[in-house]
Write a protein that binds this ligand. Structure first.
Ligand SMILES: [Zn+2]
Length: 564
């Protein structure tokens, strides 16, 4: 049985919160609902679903007042309450993406999207359109072109870009991020000329006369990106808003943001004060000296409305599997003699764990390879043994490849594995080349971890992957690509059942972000973060998840996307 242990806790917490609120806010807490969702089916994600299933939720002042039948909910309506018939939709707790990069998503959304451009002319036309739509932007950036999609499968030339935007530099990344197409002005600003030598690990594509064509490969892209000015605050705000809106449209109401600077965190605080953050954010501070010093001085902090928590820190133990940066215990199967990289000095990791962990911060460490994971577990074991914190909930971000001997250590140490179902399906076609059959036993081992009693939470790592949580549920259940391959699923014994998948995307994430008394379930007293889906994500066939949609999203009792 793979039922996560937190279910029982969540139920108790619901009761406790109700009692606490009755005590604290008895004078002010409204007993009439300002928002009612009815005519659906509620999946509460409590330990046991009530039978018969509730059909309605009543919300008052941002919190859930009542979960039950339509009649009971409608009877609570205050005058002027918003009443929404969800038309047989399923009401679930808002999705919690437990590992993502909100600003990265906003930056990607702010760029010209060139994916799927069928010709080079179409790519140029999209850039021209963006140039016209954004007259104030000093640089135009884009991503997603692929010359293999074009009738003439050749790298494009800078002159095509010069023709339509002479006054502004342009940089467009290729779909894989390993090349970019720059305009003449961008090259000029970067000082790239025929005389510029290729940088180490990169190349400048040149024509027969030795002149740069505008296409830059790998590290040569950095020659241009380093001269792009940092965006000003209005642009950063715009990007964060784009990202939040995108999440809300898809039903994601909370994001665990894996690495923010002190400065970005302060901007997020201002957005909370203005009521403009949009999604709930559990932010992890990045591992920069200035960020850590300021965070230590400020101490762990959560906003009164629960929209933002600044009580975690993000570290890196190793790199990624695709680029063979993940630290392995043995050699890469496809590169003998190479075991990946320990990207951060161990003494520094230990120092941050002791110092920030000792000050009450949650430590979240990126580890992908079995070597990286062992390194982190060893350090966690040592430092947690010294600190003996009461409720640490330290996390390993990704925990992709585990030596089977290390799997039980997560539960034993109380360490959370923050995992991404879509990473499994993105990597499964080539993971065996890197790792060999023997090491796949502990790869994306959700079921093996759950069986040992470990805590997990699910997310996507967007914008590395798409935000779509329903695709994450599909990957978690099937370990197949959306096209249904490989038939039967890749190492399907590690897949999880439909309810567990949803739990890890809601209540499991809430626990991993210290918010299990606030969000993650649909129960009285909890904050009203809700999503209406036009299908039942637990009762449906896995393939149906791919056609399902969030039709209405509610954060803190406000309808923020869709609306029926
Ligand atoms: Zn990440």
């Amino acid at each position: 049985m793979n039922k996560p242990p937190a279910l029982a806790l969540a139920t108790c917490a619901a009761l406790l919160v109700s009692v606490a609120i009755a005590g604290d806010e008895a004078m002010t807490r409204p007993d009439r609902a300002d928002l009612i969702l009815h005519g659906g089916k509620v999946l509460t994600m409590l330990e046991t679903e009530p039978a018969p299933a509730p059909t309605a939720v009543a919300v008052a002042a941002g919190r859930i007042l009542f979960v039950g039948d339509d009649q009971g909910a409608l009877a609570l309506a205050a005058p002027g309450a918003r009443v929404i018939d969800v038309k047989q939709g399923t009401i679930i707790p808002g999705f919690i993406d437990s590992h993502a990069h909100l600003y990265g998503l906003g930056k990607a959304l702010a760029e010209v999207d060139l994916r799927g451009a069928a010709t080079v002319e179409e790519a140029v036309a999209r850039v021209a359109q963006a140039a016209a739509a954004n007259p104030g932007r000093s640089w135009l950036e884009g991503r997603g072109w692929d010359q293999n999609d074009w009738p003439v499968k050749e790298y494009p030339h800078r002159k095509l870009l010069d023709r339509m935007a002479r006054k502004r530099p342009i940089l467009l990344r290729r779909v894989d991020g390993h090349a970019a197409w720059a305009s003449t002005m961008a090259l000029a600003l970067a000082g790239v000329t025929a005389a510029t030598p290729d940088p180490a690990g990169g190349s400048i594509v040149r024509d027969a006369q030795g002149e740069p064509t505008g296409v830059l490969i790998d590290n040569a892209v950095g020659l241009v990106t380093k001269v792009i000015p940092a965006p000003d605050e209005p642009e950063v705000r715009r990007r964060l808003r784009l990202a939040a809106e995108h999440c809300l449209r898809l039903g994601v109401t909370s994001v665990h943001d894996a690495g923010v600077s002190w400065e970005r965190a302060q901007l997020m605080r201002r957005l909370v004060d203005e009521g403009a953050l949009g999604v709930r954010v559990h932010a992890m501070y990045d591992d920069e000296a200035a960020t850590l010093a300021a965070a230590l001085q400020a101490g762990p902090w959560t906003s009164a409305d629960g929209m933002l928590s600044l009580r975690a820190v993000k570290l890196y133990a190793d790199g990624a599997l695709g680029s063979r940066g993940a630290l392995l215990l043995g050699d890469y199967s496809d590169q003998p003699g190479h075991r990946g990289l320990a990207v951060t000095n161990q003494d520094h990791l230990r120092w941050v764990m002791r110092t920030l962990g000792g000050a009450g911060f949650q430590v979240c460490t990126h580890a992908i390879g079995d070597g990286g994971n062992r390194l982190v577990l060893d350090l966690y074991e040592q430092v947690l043994g010294e600190l003996k914190p009461r409720d640490a909930r330290w996390r390993v971000e990704h925990a992709q490849i585990l030596d089977p001997a290390d799997i039980p250590r997560f539960a034993k140490l109380g360490v959370v594995a923050a995992m991404q179902p879509v990473h499994c399906t993105s990597d499964m076609d080539w993971a065996d080349e890197r790792l060999g059959e023997g090491r796949l036993k502990g790869a994306y081992a959700w079921q093996s971890l759950l069986k040992t009693g470990a805590r997990l939470c699910y997310g996507t790592d967007f914008p590395v992957e798409k935000v779509e949580p329903l695709e994450g549920l599909y990957a978690a259940r099937t370990r197949m690509h959306p096209d249904g391959t490989p038939i039967g699923g890749w190492r399907v014994e590690e897949a999880v059942d439909a309810r567990t998948a949803l739990w890890l995307y809601t209540a499991g994430g809430a626990w991993a972000g210290f918010a299990e008394d606030e969000v993650g379930v649909v129960a009285p007293g909890f904050r009203a973060d809700l999503v209406v889906l036009n299908g039942d994500p637990v009762a449906c066939e896995a393939a149906e998840l791919l056609g399902m949609k969030a039709v209405c999203t509610v954060v803190a009792g406000q309808v923020v996307a869709g609306g029926l």
